[in-house]
Write a protein that binds this ligand. Structure first.
Ligand SMILES: [Fe+2]
Ligand SMILES: [Fe+2]
Length: 368
């Protein structure tokens, strides 16, 4: 079914969103030198490719009105008069819209990631980075395929790209400096997405979103690691003025993303004006915790790549996320990879057990 028929409000899918290309495509004639860490990551990228059509069990049924199985307490409306006014059917519909909004932003973000990764193949100066980004481009294509299939076949409702995400993508892709797609996409957009995937993966009680998020996160852990490595090397050589420009980009990008996750598009559909919703969201304890948690991957990464001036620290302090700089990114990423291996082991053990039970039943029947 055409996505046009599934959008929450009319979207002209015949029109493309076009951002003029900026900067240079770069060739290199040095084929035999590469940084070992980047080449290792490239090897891993090749080894760990998977096919969404085979690895994910698409036969699992999903209730579109309870796709994640998240407890009611997680809703910012819970405990307010509006929650009661919605009634059970309104709450079911709200859950569907929130899940759709979330997965739709993942989908549009993944398309952005695919385009940025392809851009990095073009513009990065060294072959090791081009190699790695080529594997990432394929990873992101598989992610677009996966989220699109979930939205089309399981939820049946798609939200248009959120304004803040679109604005950050535009800024990232229209900049001619070769490190900007890394900074905007690999550090900010992917960093936020990874934390959002992680929360959803850990709280969902539903097997299909769990599989999707766990397997996608296994790939994303590599993507963020790549951004860190490439930028750390580059930023050591930049002048104070050049670093300052990157810091401004990071501060502005983080503020944009903090607003992005407020899902105003959903609330408007349900008749909650922005002003009312802002007041509710600011008083919602769980939501505020969640909002801060979404910076778990970005803040330590920004510190790690060397954009850690007083201005950046002050901005994070005002956003209430400065303490997250102490998070151990390597440990978080190891956990993402282990979670995927553990889920595979659990699923294959269950399949093996079901197969054995079938064999036992056949034998018993033959003996009687
Ligand atoms: Fe992705
Ligand atoms: Fe990614």
């Amino acid at each position: 079914m055409s996505t046009r028929d599934l959008y929450s409000r009319p979207v002209d899918t015949g029109r493309r969103w076009e951002i003029p290309m900026a900067g240079n495509a770069r060739f290199t004639w040095e084929y035999d030198e590469g940084r070992a860490r980047l080449l290792d990551l490239y090897q891993k990228g090749k080894d760990k490719q998977w096919d969404a059509a085979g690895r994910i069990d698409w036969s699992i049924e999903v209730d579109p009105c309870d796709a994640f199985g998240v407890p009611d307490q997680a809703s910012p409306l819970y405990g307010t008069e509006y929650w009661d006014k919605l009634g059970e059917s309104g709450r079911r519909e709200l859950r569907m819209h929130q899940a759709s909004w979330q997965f739709s932003q993942f989908l549009h973000g993944e398309q952005g990631a695919m385009i940025c990764a392809a851009r990095i193949v073009e513009c990065a100066p060294d072959l090791d980075a081009k190699f790695y980004s080529a594997t990432q481009t394929m990873d992101e294509a598989r992610h677009v395929e996966t989220f699109s299939r979930f939205l089309h076949t399981k939820l049946g409702l798609v939200y248009p790209i959120n304004d803040q995400l679109q604005s950050l993508l535009r800024d990232t892709l229209s900049d001619s400096r070769w490190d900007m797609p890394y900074l905007g996409m690999q550090v900010l957009i992917e960093g936020l997405a990874l934390a959002a995937f992680g929360v959803a993966r850990d709280i969902t009680r539903k097997p299909l979103p769990k599989q999707i998020l766990t397997y996608v996160m296994q790939d994303e852990a590599r993507h963020v690691a790549f951004g860190r490595m490439a930028l750390r090397d580059h930023y050591r050589q930049l002048s104070a003025a050049e670093l300052r420009e990157r810091e401004d980009f990071v501060i502005e990008g983080c503020l944009l993303m903090r607003d992005r996750i407020r899902q105003y598009e959903v609330w408007e559909n349900f008749g909650f004006p922005v002003k009312t919703m802002t007041r509710i969201l600011e008083g919602a304890q769980y939501f505020n915790m969640y909002q801060s948690f979404l910076f778990t991957r970005i803040v330590p990464c920004v510190k790690d790549i060397g954009l850690w001036s007083d201005r950046v620290r002050d901005a994070y302090d005002r956003m209430g996320v400065l303490d997250l700089s102490r998070q151990d990114l390597d440990a978080l990423m190891r956990r993402d990879e282990e979670a995927a291996d553990a889920l595979d082991a659990e699923r294959f053990a269950a399949e093996e057990e079901a197969r054995r039970a079938e064999v036992r039943a056949v034998i018993e029947e033959a003996e009687t």
